[in-house]
Design a protein around this ligand. Structure first.
Ligand code: SME
Length: 169
């Protein structure tokens, strides 16, 4: 086995008994797979795969990249999704425009939510900022209402802050 994957947990990640542990493990795994790799697309692809592997109850996990004008679909796990999202539109565009995490307990109650997968019930979107520049957003969807809480938001914000250089390319 490649040493890079020695940490890999089973899909249900039984080693993590609480969210703080899960997010700490996710962050160390993400650091390991992105370390030394300058390609932002490759790094986003591997981190989307790790989130999908580590976090239960997701139906979509991935990235939208800011191209200077709008958000464009990046590496993800889940069903095919909408490709371009203007700043200020939907949950992703709101996170990008405000540069603040959007924690949406019920997507059907979020004005302007963009439904890519009808199964989505809750969502968290974290902006990725590197050296003051908007790189994109990390978007997680769940089929369960209120799947994400403040602990998830904090863990994902720490992940995006730590890996922003790896996502900036
Ligand atoms: N629901 C998002 C669109 C992206 S999909 O969830 C993958 C939004 O409202 O911005």
């Amino acid at each position: 086995m490649n040493a890079m994957y020695d940490f890999a947990p089973t899909p249900d990640h039984p080693g993590a008994t609480d969210k703080a542990t899960l997010h700490a493990d996710l962050l160390s795994a993400a650091r390991a797979v992105t370390g030394g790799e300058p390609d932002a697309i490759a790094n986003m692809a591997n981190v989307a795969a790790l989130i999908w592997q580590f976090m239960p109850d997701l139906n979509w996990a991935g990235f939208y990249r800011f191209d200077g004008t709008e958000l464009v679909l990046g590496p993800f796990q889940g069903k095919a999704a909408c490709i371009r999202i203007p700043l200020g539109k939907g949950v992703c565009g709101t996170a990008a425009a405000t540069r603040e995490t959007q924690l949406v307990e019920d997507v059907h109650a979020f004005p302007g939510h963009i439904a890519c997968d009808a199964a989505s019930a809750s969502e968290v979107v974290v902006p990725i900022i590197h050296e003051g520049r908007l790189i994109g957003v990390l978007d997680l969807d769940s089929p369960r209402v209120s799947r994400f809480d403040a602990a998830d938001a904090a863990g994902l914000e720490a992940l995006c802050a730590a890996l922003a250089p790896a996502f900036a390319g």
